[in-house]
Design a protein around this ligand. Structure first.
Ligand code: G2I
Length: 450
């Protein structure tokens, strides 16, 4: 059967060539009939924010599963939901969304590890190093729980001020020190090295003081090796879209980060469909724009109430804005995202030694605490297992460890591989980390392989 068709095709081709007709050798891309199919043809995802209690609503689930191939929890992965009491974690809503995504071929955005809003009341009552330690522990625990299941995390959400200052917003987190954002990104990288780490904000839809403040932070992070992979543009839009929307995405992309439209919704009115189409075209025109997420499924699911800001009406019918997005996704011109992602920036990695293993430590410190990320690299014989020994400065102690098992928590501490990261081929690396109280400066790791 297959052979017959191939022969037939060859015959048609030969005939067409003989007749001097132009023949397209690559199959023409077919028009996608759903948002997820049309976006996938352009190498992108199309997602929606989901309230997990609505997954049992038939209309909701039907539209979600048919049209979207990415989801984000509207509330269930926020701090108040995941750590309602300090040190007591609740992942039920997030886990439910992740399994729904898996069953339906969807990727998951994680939202949001740290934000000044929707903090549990116990965190609202903390300050200084106890808040900083609690925040970093939160990042570590949550990102570790979901490790391997999240495409991109909003590590920090909405940390910049509105208005013309271009500076940070005042918040309890900001008052722990300006380095709280980079500390969060480092902890997230250590906990889930496979997730893309994003900074996410609103009112950043054109080139303005706020987006420029964020741009400068991202540029600084890239230059200092702070792990950041993406910037989220929420795009809660009114009745207009800034003329430099695309140019703004492009300038961030030019810094070497992925850009994503993360919470799109648009006020109803004559321009709604046009604005949705313009956002879609802008993302397609920027090769590092990897996907669009709308902030809800139907108008009645939206936090914007009577704005009717989404792509489906309350009965689940497609609106004009839906058709405009689908047409824009299917229109010609393809600027696929790069298929390779630059590896995480780790300038301190030493070359592997002969046999054995080597280890290097990257420290992220603040007054009263630190996070140490340790990279173990196998020498020419590879490892079956490894142990890294470090002597902590006096007064310092380990409070938690990930991707390794610690023996002791002060003085000389030995960190041994866990079952999934002991076996390394020659030159291969594994990472683990730990958080500590006190100062971690001056620790020199030594590595021994088995
Ligand atoms: O405000 C719109 C979005 C802006 N960017 C960050 C997003 O995380 C944010 O989402 C909204 C959710 O759509 C709302 O659903 O964040 C709100 C909280 O700031 C969410 O509202 C909250 C209500 O304030 C709570 O009273 C309610 O218990 O939703 C909770 C769960 O329904």
């Amino acid at each position: 059967m297959r052979r017959k068709r191939a022969l037939l095709t060859t015959g048609i081709l030969a005939g067409a060539l003989a007749a001097g007709m132009a023949v397209a050798l690559a199959p023409a891309a077919s028009a996608g009939t759903t948002l997820r199919a049309a976006a996938a043809e352009k190498g992108r995802y199309f997602g929606a924010a989901v309230a997990t209690n609505k997954l049992s609503d038939n209309t909701y689930a039907t539209v979600l599963n048919r049209e979207f191939n990415s989801v984000v929890a509207e509330n269930e992965m926020k701090w108040d939901a995941t750590e309602p009491q300090q040190g007591r974690f609740n992942y039920s809503g997030g886990d439910r969304l992740v399994s729904h995504a898996r069953a339906n071929g969807m990727s998951v955005r994680g939202h949001a590890l740290l934000w000044h809003q929707q903090q549990p009341s116990w965190a609202q009552g903390l300050s200084g190093s106890s808040l900083r330690n609690a925040a970093i522990n939160h990042v570590t625990q949550v990102a570790t729980h979901f490790r391997g299941q999240i495409y991109a995390w909003d590590v920090v959400n909405e940390a910049f001020a509105d208005g013309g200052s271009g500076g940070r917003r005042d918040s309890n987190l900001q008052r722990t020190g300006n380095d709280w954002i980079e500390a969060a990104f480092r902890a997230a990288r250590a906990a889930d090295p496979g997730a893309k780490l994003c900074y996410n904000d609103y009112n950043t839809d054109g080139i303005n003081a706020k987006s420029t403040g964020i741009y400068n932070m991202v540029r600084d992070f890239k230059s200092r090796g702070v792990p950041i992979d993406c910037v989220g543009f929420q795009s809660h839009l009114g009745t207009t879209i800034p003329g430099d929307y695309q140019a703004n995405l492009q300038r961030f992309a030019d810094l070497g980060v992925e850009v994503q439209i993360t919470e799109l919704d648009v006020m109803t009115g004559g321009n709604q469909a046009n604005i949705y189409a313009a956002v879609t075209r802008a993302c397609l025109a920027v090769s590092r724009c990897t996907g669009i997420t709308v902030w809800g499924v139907r108008d009645c699911d939206s936090w914007r109430g009577s704005d009717n800001a989404l792509l489906f009406d309350c009965s689940g019918n497609k609106k004009a804005a839906y058709n405009a997005v689908l047409d824009a996704l299917n229109a010609g011109g393809n600027n696929p995202p790069p298929t390779t992602t630059p590896p995480p920036n780790n300038p301190t990695t030493p070359p592997p030694g002969q046999g054995g293993c080597t280890a290097s430590v990257t420290l992220n410190s603040w007054t009263g605490g630190f996070v140490a990320n340790v990279k173990v690299t196998a020498g020419s014989s590879g490892t079956r297992g490894w142990t890294v020994t470090m002597t902590l400065p006096g007064g310092a102690s380990v409070t938690n460890t990930w991707s390794a098992t610690a023996s002791g928590n002060s003085g000389t501490v030995r960190f041994t591989n866990v079952d999934y990261n002991g076996q390394l081929g020659a030159g291969q690396s594994a990472e683990f980390g730990f958080q500590g109280n006190g100062s971690g400066s001056g620790m020199t790791p030594t590595c021994s392989a088995s």
